[in-house]
Design a protein around this ligand. Sequence first.
Ligand code: ASP
Length: 439
Amino acid sequence: MSLIVCKFGGSSVADHRQFIKVKAIVDANPKRRVIVPSAPGKRTAAETKLTDLLFLCHKMAAVKADFSGPFEQIRDRYIEIERELGLSTNMGLELEKFRAELGAGQTPDYAASRGEYFCGLLMASYLGAEFVDPADFIIIDASGCVDPETYQLLARRLEDPAKRYVIPGYYGRDRQGRIKTFSRGGSDISGAIAARAAKAEVYENWTDVSGLLMADPRIVANPRPMSEVSYREIRELSYMGASVFHDEAILPVREAGIPINIRNTNKPEDPGTMIVAKLSPETEKNTEIAGIAGKKHFSMICLEKSLMNKEVGFAYRLLGILESRGISFEHCPSSIDSINVIIEDGRLGDKAEVILNEIQRVLQPDSMELERDLALIAIVGEEMSHTVGIAAKVFIALRNAGVNIRIINQGASELNIIVGVSSEDYEKAVRALYSAFVD
Ligand code: ASP
């Protein structure tokens, strides 16, 4: 029998009431046999995420500070779930063991992974499922990506069609056997890996919204949900800042052609968003764009040099300077005698000055500038390449809103148009674009 892998995000497992909703969802469909929980998330906006508390405990323990404050908060959360659901998981003992481990010195990855580990123990007991420790099956390589051997190991472990399994999200182990986590929000990746290993018919990703929205609801009031979106579109949108789904989680399921269904744990009757390989003819017909996403905090290095077009290897050397410092760039628009490189501020860090000095020395440009405070906005849609006038609509909307466009970039795939604007125009630009395409 085919099965469904369900990943439940932090808000879906935030307390015992959410656990009860999860059980109702899982029990409603016998195919839902592989469950991947995150660590309990915030119950109120003011609360700190459990994973953040775990990192904090680790940090304090590392300098021999008293970490009992955040530790008690963590313990209370798990003990409350155990007590309210009447489980006999021995959380008290598990947590005391962990306290001692922290005190004795542990890696930050190990500390953070316990958020999912403890949640998984509780969830397995509550659902009557078998607990599968990802440390035994998910291998994460040095760059934070999954090692392909994982799929065989996990497929064998999830083989029994009569069983339900709970695999905590977010972590696995490295080749040396040490606990290693994915990047933040990485339980989505674990769910995708489990779905691929188990050859799931669908990967359900349960969260606290009824699907993906066409724009950021903090900027646009009540943006429209997307009912269907392609892997390619969603990868672009989540890379460009649309939250809800981790951009690295697309790959494992995409390669296996498994659709992803984003669902709302608090409104399980809502169909949510389907992420598919190929859009249905109906979606193709009715949607001009899939959505709009963007991010602030970019910088742009702008270089000009006469006869740059004749200088073989100019761009190569420029990008080589970034490479030698381990900095990846976002875009590199160029014209005859000028070239710009756009870099996320977090990646540039405090290296800007050193890099500019090196560029000056190696490439001797006529002029060089570093522009700060830029925002990038992507207007994404598979149908863009067959539709006349999308770019015109983008530029008219921004002109009417009085937004100056600093960068224009359209990839050869014609899956998106990216515009760069000053950070202070960011929200205004997103709203203008949304109303041009959707309202
Ligand atoms: N708990 C981890 C985090 O907060 C992973 C996840 O929730 O997906 O990033």
